[in-house]
Ligand binder design. Sequence first.
Ligand SMILES: Nc1ncnc2c1ncn2[C@@H]1O[C@H](COP(=O)(O)OP(=O)(O)OP(=O)(O)O)[C@@H](O)[C@H]1O
Length: 228
Amino acid sequence: MSRPVPLLSASGLAKTHGRTPALRGASVDLHGGEILAVTGASGSGKSTLLHCLAGIVRPDEGSVSYDGRRLEDLPEKRLSELRRTEFGVVFQFGQLIPELTALDNVALPLLLAGTDRARARVRAGEWLERFGVRGQEDLRPGEMSGGQAQRTALARALVTGPKVVFADEPTGALDSLAAEQVMTALVHTARESGTAVLLITHDAQVAAYADREVQLRDGVVTPLGVTA
Ligand SMILES: Nc1ncnc2c1ncn2[C@@H]1O[C@H](COP(=O)(O)OP(=O)(O)OP(=O)(O)O)[C@@H](O)[C@H]1O
């Protein structure tokens, strides 16, 4: 029986920062609609792996393929277009733009993609509602709780309908209740829209939301088997 072709596939990635090796031959597959947790000790290379998979950092060795295209073969312009249209990214501290309201933060990727302002704001409002950030559209990030800010960041990552969301410790700065709300919202929305999620976490309770977990050890990926 033929195995399904992964949506995103990394093979033999090596990356050294200065003199520090972060990845030493890491390989991993992500299938369409799958939620994959990448766990591992601090410094094991998780963020570097995410940056290589998302086309933010080019590996020194190895290859990343997305939907049949090798990222290393793409010119920078094409790569940044791919990142903008097919990928969404969420970091530990949300990285919302402090001067913009929640609504304008979420509308921004749509405006950058050419959607007109009125339509972008309506869509942004709908996505904030899906993430349970109702009635807070006019708040700026400094006026929100950590959980609200992260749910706004998730709405911003998903508003353009990406095929893959890369989430680097999205609950790392939250208490356990807020973390649970963020993960429930992320998993529910990803399932609904068929979006694959690469989830980096050091928290076993967060990893338990994933379909599958792999562990990074000293820059190499080791499978842990199916968790859901
Ligand atoms: N820009 C950089 N310059 C120098 N060293 C770096 C850089 N980025 C990462 N490193 C080093 O590379 C190794 C892997 O880092 P990485 O952030 O990928 O690991 P991580 O598993 O995500 O760690 P953490 O869980 O602490 O965030 C670490 O030793 C780190 O100190």
